[in-house]
Design a protein around this ligand. Structure first.
Ligand code: F6P
Length: 356
């Protein structure tokens, strides 16, 4: 009998429960197993906060948003650092893994989660990762679950903003999630027909934005939609040292990037501007059909790997084919939007301005 521990870590997203269900139902079908649910991500593994799960726990959760196990961002930048809080996190995690008598641990999460999963692999534990995040920035996979649901939500926001923008001849700024990666803003911008798309990977200049707005006016369009990722930077900000940038943003206060931009546009061009920040609604609610399917596929594939005792991997999907990617290979990488991405090239063909 295989004992499988599950935890969900980092920011939640739609599809976590669907993935857990896919993993559990497939495992029960493929081999003799039992599950242990670890509460609140790695915190639960460190603290020994877990419970035995029953088969019935995995029923009726396919469409539920959030995570039935609870999730936390680990407060520890470096799990190996004992000095910061006097807790030997790594030893605690190994001790609790053994106490639970696990044969393997499945960790559902984003980049931080995978880094920790790899650390546990280095410590000799059997680990499998499932890539979730609305940011879609995990290396080695075309898509993460949660992303498509967030794109649907963000697109719906842009659609709604469109009608009011045109009624009032306004420049409407929609600030979307994505601190380091612009996938969500690029996809929603394309799907919602945004005129300007600003993403962290491509530093923007105000001049270019002003020009694009004036050009639209010349073309007889009296309103514009600007989709900006929360992590988008001006060219000047992109040149700052990390510390200098952090200080600069602290001075501006969290979430004021789009408000600052709205003010600048208004002052320079006289356009009436408004800002909409859908925030955590982008991570809330029921998963889209696409995410339910992707999460279920990831979970079911993880069950196959566990059956074969093929540990130390995360699940990826590449060209619509599931595969196992070694944690060792991907845990310290990210997947930014690059200029050779088809969606980026398409956006350029469509005349979307990236503030360059
Ligand atoms: O990683 C997912 C994400 O939603 C990012 O897009 C965003 O920057 C961050 O999490 C927000 O984190 P929190 O929920 O901790 O505020």
């Amino acid at each position: 009998k295989k004992r499988i521990g599950i935890l969900t870590s980092g920011g939640d997203c739609p599809g976590l429960n669907a993935a857990i269900r896919g993993l559990a139902k497939s495992s029960y079908a493929l081999f003799d197993c039992e599950f242990v649910g670890i509460r609140n991500g790695y915190k639960g593994l460190i603290d020994g906060d877990y419970r035995e799960m029953k088969k019935s726990d995995f029923s009726g959760i396919l469409t539920l948003g959030g995570t039935m196990l609870g999730s936390k961002r680990t407060p520890f930048r470096n799990m190996r650092n004992i000095e910061e809080d006097g807790i030997d996190k790594v030893s605690n995690m190994i001790k609790n893994y053994k106490k639970m008598k696990l044969d393997c641990l499945v960790t559902l999460g984003g980049n931080g989660t995978h880094k920790n999963a790899n650390l546990l692999r280095e410590e000799g534990l059997n680990v499998i990762g499932l890539p979730k995040t609305i940011d879609n920035d995990i290396y080695g996979t075309d898509f993460t679950f949660g992303f498509h649901s967030a794109v649907d939500i963000a697109t719906d926001v842009i659609d709604k903003i469109h009608t009011t923008a045109s009624s009032h001849d306004r420049v409407m700024i929609v600030e979307l999630m994505g601190n380091k990666a612009g996938w969500l803003t690029l996809y929603a911008g394309l799907a919602g027909g945004a005129d300007i798309v600003l993403i962290p990977e491509i530093p923007y200049s105000l001049e270019s934005i002003y020009e694009a707005l004036l050009q639209r006016q010349k073309n007889g369009k009296n309103f514009s939609i600007l989709a900006i990722a929360e992590g988008a930077k001006t060219i000047k900000e992109a040149q700052m040292k990390k510390h200098e940038f952090e200080q600069h943003r602290l001075k501006m206060q969290y979430h004021t990037v789009s408000y600052r931009l709205a003010e600048q546009i208004n002052q320079k061009l006289g356009f009436d501007t408004r800002v909409t920040v859908p925030g955590h609604t982008q991570r809330g609610g029921t998963p889209s059909a696409q995410d339910r399917i992707l999460a279920t596929k990831f979970g079911a594939f993880a069950a196959e790997l566990i059956k074969n005792e093929d540990y130390g991997n995360t699940i990826s999907i590449v060209k619509n084919k599931l595969k196992a990617t070694p944690l060792k290979k991907m845990a310290h990488m990210r997947k930014p939007v690059t200029r050779d991405t088809d969606e980026f090239k398409t956006a350029l063909h469509l005349g979307i301005n990236f503030g360059e």
